[in-house]
Ligand binder design. Sequence first.
Ligand code: TYD
Length: 238
Amino acid sequence: MPGALIAFEGVDGAGKTTQLAAFVARLRALGLPVRTCAEPGGTPIGSDIRALLLRPGASIAPRAEALLFMASRAALMDAVVLPALARGEHVVMDRFFLSTYAYQAGGRGLPLQDLASANLFATHRVVPDLTVLLTLGEDHSRARRVERGTSDRIEAEGRAFHTLVDQAFREYATRAWQHAHPEVGPVLVIPADAAPEVVARRVWDHVMRVEGMTERLGVPRGMPAHQSSPVAVRPRSR
Ligand code: TYD
């Protein structure tokens, strides 16, 4: 059976990367084969595209920016994600479809329909089995962004841009939006305004409760969360 494709999403500072690492460590502790990928990047051409996209001060038109993200995604799908899934490995992505919607549609104002088509073109119409969307309260989100500073071109965008991205993710967390956008696959919303360990437990418990997910991942039935979780959560240092 092909592996499962799971994406972690959320605003800058929501703790995505930390939570992804904790989730993957739990799967690996169960002996399951898992690959992780972060977008943009993950291939030689993807790394070059990433450098172009994030270089501070670069001027990139919004459609060019969107297509560069798509080019990196297409390269990653062909070289890494699709072969891994075909071998039966699970793939856990740090950012995917929803980031394009939030940053390029929400933030830049590009038409969502065009981005949806480009996404499916880039992925050969492969849609995530699940997207874990980490959410923060508005104040919390702003505070974490300030804490993290602005080291790349997108982080350095003004407050208005990040507010739009934030609002977009908030909208994607609603059932109404998800119902209207089946093309992104199922979305699981996890509030992330808590200690990393608490959020990690929430993520694991909720993912395991998604219908058919334990079978899909190959997690043994009836495994209590604490037995499958010998892994400490370490926030990422930047
Ligand atoms: P990165 O340092 O990888 O982000 P983070 O640590 O926040 O995940 O930088 C990636 C940036 O690119 C991030 O600000 C989000 C943005 N992005 C888009 O604008 N569109 C996309 O499709 C993707 C995947 C990322």
